[in-house]
Design a protein around this ligand. Structure first.
Ligand code: PRP
Length: 211
């Protein structure tokens, strides 16, 4: 007997785009478009249950099996390294992880670099790969103000359009890694619901080829 497929979507613009892809792949759930503050939506016909989670929490729901599958940025996967299967690059939510600094910044190898970021592990790994000594300052948002206020020398953050950097007189000084959204699955539930999950992943992959 087929069971409900539980899908964690990241709340916000990326989640809306991801839902549109799932709908095109045949897993529509019209009530999700009703707005309001509701967070869980079901469609009995398709046996699908969607819920909106904070983007950085999607991987937690999937890792622990509260969601069978989910949509999660590569940045979150690299930062938190959840024990999940990564099934597909969905090709949405494209951006890059980069080092940015105030215009005219010059790196001085003789001084420990102060790096502000939400992505401490990605920053640590990146600078370790270069053999550079750094001091990480972990922040939770509005990272761009850190170098302006003298809290850090540079930031490691996501750059999408580049508008936030530009409007705060910062510029990219090094590219770290390209980012996009991934379809992820719980390892146990992937086996239990293999037919449903594989069929969906294949339809999503086919949609990308059509595009
Ligand atoms: C993200 C990121 C940058 C911004 C980049 O922040 O941390 O600040 O988007 O986008 P852009 O290149 O298109 O300007 P988010 O909106 O998630 O908010 P936050 O500052 O609270 O992390």
């Amino acid at each position: 007997m087929k069971k409900y497929l539980n899908i964690a979507l990241p709340k916000g613009r990326l989640g809306d785009k991801a839902y549109d892809l799932f709908e095109r792949a045949g897993l529509g759930c019209p009530s999700i478009k009703e707005g309001g503050r509701k967070l869980i939506f079901e469609n009995e016909e398709n046996l699908v249950r969607y819920f909106w989670a904070k983007p950085s929490d999607v991987a937690i729901y999937v890792e622990r099996g509260a969601a069978d599958i989910g949509v999660c940025g590569r940045d979150i996967l690299l930062e938190y390294r959840p024990d999940i299967y990564e099934l597909l690059d969905l090709g949405i939510g494209r951006c890059r992880m980069a080092v940015a600094a105030p215009k005219g910044f010059k790196y001085d190898p003789g001084v420990t670099l102060k790096v502000a970021t939400k992505f401490s592990r990605i920053a640590q790994d990146y600078y370790a790969s270069l053999g550079r000594d750094i001091d990480i300052i972990h922040l939770n948002g509005s990272i761009e103000i850190a170098p302006i206020l003298g809290l850090s020398d540079v930031i490691v953050d996501i750059v999408e359009t580049g508008t936030t950097l530009k409007e705060n007189d910062l510029e990219v000084v090094e590219e770290i890694i390209p980012i996009s959204a991934r379809l992820i699955a719980n390892k146990v539930n992937y086996n239990f619901k293999n037919g449903q999950i594989r069929a969906l992943a294949d339809r999503l992959a086919a949609l990308q080829e059509e595009a």
